[in-house]
Design a protein around this ligand. Sequence first.
Ligand SMILES: *[C@@H]1O[C@H](CO)[C@@H](O)[C@H](O)[C@H]1NC(C)=O
Length: 517
Amino acid sequence: MLLSAARCLLLLLVAAAAAAAVAFELEEATVDSIRGAFADGDLTSRGLVELYLHRIAALDPALHAVVELDSDGALAAADRADAVRRLASAGDALPQPNGIPVLVKDNIAAAGGGGALNATVGSLALVGSRPAGDAGVVERLRRAGAVVLGTASLSEWCNFRAPGIPAGWSPRAGQGKNPYVPSATPCSSSSGSVIAAAANMVAVTIGTETDGSIMCPSSYNSVVGIKPTVGLTSRAGVVIISPRMDTVGPICRTVSDAVHVLEAIVGYDPRDAEATRLASQYIPEGGYRQFLNIDGLRGKRLGILRKDFFRFPSGSIQQKVFDDHFNTISKMGGILVDNLEIPSMNIINDAVQSGERALMLAEFKLSLNSYLSELATSPVRSLSEIIDFNNKHPVEERMPEFGQSYLLQSEVTNGIGPTEKKAIAKLNELCERGLEKIMRVNKLDAIVAPGASAHSLLAIGGYPAITVPAGYASNGVPFAICFGGLKGSEPKLIEIAYSFEQATKVRRPPTFQHSVV
Ligand SMILES: *[C@@H]1O[C@H](CO)[C@@H](O)[C@H](O)[C@H]1NC(C)=O
């Protein structure tokens, strides 16, 4: 029997779709697999942007990871990246992010692409504000040919509006959802960046962290987060809470992808001069990719703060998983230094006692007012006007009243006075007697901790960390292992994290998405 013409056509289409699927797999695509598909002519940057826009349209109504999309700007940037690649000769090494789509957290200004993305920190008070240009990290991404697709959702004001607000919620994007277990927390504040990466809505994302905001959501959503040493990446054009602690970093699905992005965004920026100049000394000659070393655990000394961080019910999945991981680390040549203790951990973990809260309140007002003063246009120009806006629009009708106690407490601060100087001295002392001492005395290359448990220890000194997927709890919620170290120790942390990731390969994509797309 002859096949009907329609059936023939259908078979051809199916065959063509199958061929394309073999040539390029969108799900779990990496910077390297995308570059490979570009090079083989199986994919263009424009095609990739279209695939991700399609996926975002399908998934975001359920996941709330995106605040704004700049589709036209992204397609134009993709065309430029495609043209650059067409014109490049065989031997030219294009920057790693060339043609790769990226979502940036909604506290990072991305106005320079002509596409008018607004940075609103999730707040309706900032709708209609226009940054004068790109944030320092966005400038670097664009220079490397990355395609800025849009902004990712977050906890409003990076979790600094008031205590008790649901993690990942903002009046602009609603409640961000953990794609593994939608009823579980996504953790925050870089929730949208993390959800988007986890659910394959984009190739790579950028988040920010003051104290836990990259590490915690990365852990809960099975992705890799790098929280760089403070100053390694510029904070210019970013709404930050604390210049002492805030840092901008990549959130991706693999260590290698995160390292490709890190390499593109580090460096001196005259608009964040002091911190980026100081941290520039840490940038290794030849960049960070050379530390993607499969044997990177060999000879590394890893400290386990057992009492403070590894408190699991005996017989729990976490306990078994971390025991397995420690065995793997030993087999890979890592040296575990167990049962270490930092005497003041209880104070470090208490933001009031450590001085961290007092400093954050004062620094937030200074940084926010300075950011707002630099905007090209804005309906609000100060923290006090934002507080007025919130009073006039009591929480945005959609959620119960949350209040704004952190904003109010911040507003009554008055710069870095005696209280804040005392807080700084206390934090410095906690660092010196805490992480600095334990690393020195035990000759450690890194500390290891589950999930984001070490976030305050690492926040107060501006120290770096990398989280890598480590397992899934009995309810299906992912958890990570975190490697942290002294300032500038990214090369070691990358070796450790990459070697661990390659030996364990724990990450798997959330399964719901197969039925959605
Ligand atoms: C930015 O905000 C303006 C209005 O405030 C809006 O017209 C524009 O569409 C927004 N940009 C994007 C990309 O959504």
